[in-house]
Design a protein around this ligand. Sequence first.
Ligand SMILES: [Zn+2]
Length: 252
Amino acid sequence: MDILIFVNFFLVFMIGASLCSWITYEFDNYEIDTSLRNKLFKRSKCDHCGEKLKWYNLFPVFSYLFQNGKSTCCNKQINFKYLALEGFAGVILLLSFSLNSIYLGIIALLVLALVIFDERYLEIPLWINIAMLVWVLNYHQNNSSFEMMQNNFMFALIVFAALLLLYFIFLKVKGYAGFGLGDAILIFSICLHLGLPLGIYAITLASLGLLVKILWVKRYKEQHAFGSWLGGSFLVITLYQEFYGFAGLASI
Ligand SMILES: [Zn+2]
């Protein structure tokens, strides 16, 4: 194999794994540590003795393998989830890269992060919403469909405004929020990306999914995550469109 291709593959894998490593830290410390400075620059610590990790402990996947799954400070077992999650994210990104659709790998990882955060904390972190919006803008820029996205803008804005109105009416009448503002921002991105009618399909699919889940688990009074269903539908439709949509268009 060409050495340059190998280096490229290795880098892509490491980017996926590092991204996942950061997300895992963020997930574990969400609500505990909310300082932005810490989120970005704080050095990771050993889970057992709290000692700051050295630079050679910080390579996702590889540090774990070379250290035989043991911490170098206190020689205790490092949680296997780090290896599994980082390896998984690295492979997803590498796979999408080798299929020439790294965009799909990135959005798949973002949606996975969205699902675990929303299911666990019942809110969508702002950074995920921003990342998804940036993804949508970049996607259309690079696929020369920017004009199409601009045409979707009005539709997305109207849906977003309607949701805001609904949000405040609900708050006024019931005294609590019916859904999160994060969901409204996510729906804006989805409508901007998919346009009509696919955007409506995605929202309908997500609502049906959540409805089935609520009926299934029979918890009618509790709060349920909606963002994870939205993200899931968004991903499914985007993947479908990517693999069948354009092929379908070409055959017309
Ligand atoms: Zn330690």
